[in-house]
Design a protein around this ligand. Structure first.
Ligand code: BV8
Ligand code: ZN
Length: 250
C-alpha cells in the first residue's frame, strides 16, 4: 500500500485546514510497546473479568489480589517505552493551533513520548491514592510493596486509576468533552470504543460536525458511524500521516 493511498484526499484536506484537532487513544496505541490490551486475544481481561479486578468492591474484598494485578502491570510498564505511534502524535501536536490528546490509557507513555497537552481520562498507574481520604501519593517506590500500603489516615492505598463504577476526574471529562465538541477533526486511535463515557467522545465530535477518523487494526463498535476508518497498526500508520502533513503547522 503506497503512503498516499492510505489516506483519502478528503481526510488530508481536512487535516491540512484544521485549526483544532482532538485525539482519543486507547490500549491499541500502546500494544506495539508491548503493553497488553484489555479485550484482545492476549488481553488482560482474558484471564480476569473487569468486574473481578478493576472495581472498588473487588479491591475492598480482596485488596492484595487487586494490588498484585496492578503490581504485575507496573512491572510490565518498567520495561516498555513509547513507540512510533506515540511519537507521531507528539509530532502531530506541533502542527495545530489547538491539539488535545485525550487518553484512556493509564501507562503514561504519551507523556514519556513528549506530548504536552495530555488529558488522562482514567488516571495514571504510577500514582497511588488513599481509598479512604483520597490523598494522592506520587512516590513510585510504593509499587514494590507486596500488599497495599496504608495512608496516614490508616486507609488503604490503591492505584490512582478510575475503576468501573467510579466517576472520571471532572476536569478531565470537561476538557475532553469540550475538545470533542470544538474540533474540526477527531481521531479515535486504538480503542475498541466500548468503555463509557470515553466512547461518547467520537460520537459527540460527529454531532458537532467534526470529521471523525478511526485508526484500528480491525473495525469497532463505532466504525460504521465515523467519517473514515483507516485499517492498520498505529505504529506504522500514524508516522505516515505525519509525513503526509508535510513540514510546518496548519
Ligand atoms: C462511570 C482503568 C458512572 C483501570 C478502565 C454509560 C455511561 C457511563 C458509564 C457506563 C455507561 N455504560 C456502561 C457504563 C459502565 C462502565 C462501562 O463503560 N462499561 C463497559 C465495559 C460497558 N463505565 C464506567 O464504569 C466508567 N465510570 O462512568 O461510572 C458514574 C458516573 C457518576 C458517578 C459515579 C459513577 C469508568 C470506566 C473506566 C474504567 N477503567 N481502566 C485499569 O486500566 O485497570 S477501562 C479500560 O478500558 C482501560 O482504561 C482502557 O483504556 C479502556 C478502554 O479499552 P481500550 O483502550 O479500547 O482497550 P481494548 O483492549 O478494549 O481495545 C484495544 C483496541 O486497540 C482494539 O480495538 C484493538 O483492535 C486495537 N489495537 C490493538 N493493537 C493495535 C490496535 N489498533 C491499532 N494499532 C495496534 N497496533
Ligand atoms: Zn488516607
Amino acid at each position: 500500500m503506497t503512503e498516499n493511498s492510505l489516506f483519502s484526499n478528503e481526510f488530508l484536506r481536512k487535516m491540512k485546514s484544521a485549526k483544532s484537532v482532538a485525539v482519543l487513544t486507547g490500549a491499541g496505541i500502546s500494544a506495539e510497546s508491548g503493553v497488553p490490551t484489555f479485550r484482545g486475544e492476549e488481553g488482560l481481561w482474558k484471564k480476569f473479568k473487569p468486574e473481578e479486578l478493576a472495581t472498588v468492591d473487588a479491591f475492598l474484598s480482596n485488596p492484595k489480589l487487586v494490588w498484585e494485578w496492578y503490581r504485575h502491570r507496573r512491572q510490565i510498564l518498567k520495561e516498555v517505552k513509547p513507540n512510533a505511534g506515540h511519537l507521531a502524535l507528539r509530532d502531530l501536536e506541533e502542527k495545530f493551533e489547538k491539539f488535545t490528546l485525550i487518553t484512556q490509557n493509564i501507562d503514561g507513555l504519551h507523556q514519556r513520548a513528549g506530548s504536552r497537552r495530555v488529558v488522562e481520562l482514567h488516571g495514571n498507574i504510577r500514582r497511588n491514592r488513599c481509598q479512604n481520604c483520597g490523598r494522592i501519593y506520587q512516590d513510585v517506590s510504593l509499587e514494590e510493596r507486596e500488599k497495599p500500603p496504608t495512608c496516614t489516615c490508616h486507609g488503604l492505598l490503591r492505584p490512582d486509576v478510575v475503576w468501573f463504577g467510579e466517576s472520571l476526574p471532572p476536569e478531565a471529562i470537561d476538557q475532553a468533552f469540550y475538545a470533542a465538541a470544538h474540533c474540526d477533526v477527531f481521531l479515535s486511535v486504538g480503542t475498541s470504543a466500548v468503555v463509557y463515557p470515553a466512547a461518547y467522545l467520537p460520537l459527540i465530535a460527529l454531532q458537532y460536525l467534526a470529521y471523525v477518523v478511526e485508526f484500528n487494526i480491525e473495525p469497532t463498535a463505532i466504525s460504521h458511524q465515523v467519517s473514515e476508518f483507516i485499517q492498520g497498526k498505529t505504529g506504522q500508520v500514524l508516522p505516515q500521516l505525519v509525513k503526509m502533513m508535510g513540514p510546518g503547522t496548519s
